[in-house]
Design a protein around this ligand. Structure first.
Ligand SMILES: NC(=O)c1ccc[n+]([C@@H]2O[C@H](COP(=O)([O-])OP(=O)(O)OC[C@H]3O[C@@H](n4cnc5c(N)ncnc54)[C@H](OP(=O)(O)O)[C@@H]3O)[C@@H](O)[C@H]2O)c1
Length: 246
């Protein structure tokens, strides 16, 4: 049995669970004993191979296709889970549209705010009532080091990720009494498609560990926050950043 394996199968819903960090979280939690519900905008080979990987671990896999910016579509897709809520909900969907603020277009601003923070409302809010009724559950929000410190060229992204930290802390205060744990993770520079065009030589001098992080290292922290050893961690922001922010 894995460290976090549970006596009864539990279910983890990962919003944005089929690529990059979200995919690594899906595989890690399946190995921990969770059945996986993963969302993304479109089905494709990447979803099929993930499904095969999760099934090979021996866990169930369900894919939900919708755009988190679309409130109505999110509500329809998540309606089956409004009462029978997953044990763990992870909000991982996010995009960056970097530009200096002086040149930032309304589209760059709106798309990032819409995906990163309105998407959190559209997907997590419909599930909270069910969690309150069950008096258990965990919500984990993937924020960013940029939301902790602010990052030049990322006023939109930093604002959205700081907003997620505020939302995490406020929600933790609302639902803690009902046994629901709410925490955020703030990754630093992680090797995924999102960072593939960022010149690593400019970032490394800022990271005391002198390397980028991996999606698996973020997934390991999610695993901890989903497991029994984190039962008294609530309303916190856990940094996974190699020392980028100290
Ligand atoms: N990589 C880093 O260095 C880093 C650092 C700090 C924080 N983060 C955060 O970590 C999270 C995952 O990022 P990543 O690096 O793994 O990037 P990624 O590979 O580009 O993954 C982005 C995820 O967001 C989903 N997504 C984007 N727009 C969406 C929309 N409109 N509706 C539904 N889902 C949407 C994508 O799903 P589909 O494409 O399948 O629809 C995908 O699962 C993001 O929130 C990001 O801000 C990343």
């Amino acid at each position: 049995m894995e460290k976090n394996s549970h006596l009864e199968p539990q279910t983890a819903l990962i919003i944005g669970g089929c690529r990059g960090i979200g995919r690594a979280i899906a595989v890690r939690l399946a190995n921990d004993g969770f059945d996986i519900i993963a969302t993304g905008r479109t089905h494709g080979d990447h979803v099929k191979t993930l499904q095969e990987e999760i099934n090979a671990i021996g866990r169930k896999f369900t894919f939900l296709a919708f755009d988190v910016c679309d409130h109505a579509a999110s509500a329809v897709a998540l309606e089956p889970f409004s009462e029978n809520t997953p044990d763990v909900v992870i909000y991982n969907s996010g995009i960056a549209k970097d530009n200096l603020f002086v040149f930032m277009s309304k589209d760059e601003w709106n798309q990032v705010i819409d995906t990163n923070i309105n998407g959190f409302y559209n997907t997590v809010q419909p599930l909270v009532f069910g969690m309150l009724a069950r008096k258990k559950g965990r919500v984990i929000v993937i924020s960013s080091a940029s939301g902790q410190t602010g990052q030049a060229g990322q006023v939109n992204y930093s604002a959205s990720k700081a907003a997620l930290i505020g939302a995490t802390k406020a929600l933790a205060r609302e639902v803690g009494k009902r046994g629901i744990l709410v925490n955020a993770i703030a990754p630093g520079f992680i090797n995924t498609v999102m960072t593939e065009n960022v010149p690593i030589e400019k970032v490394l001098p800022l990271i005391p560990l002198n390397r980028a992080g991996s999606a698996d290292e973020v997934a390991g922290t999610v695993s901890f926050l989903c497991g029994p050893d984190s039962s008294y961690i609530h309303g916190q922001v856990i940094a996974v950043n190699g020392g980028l922010v100290i």
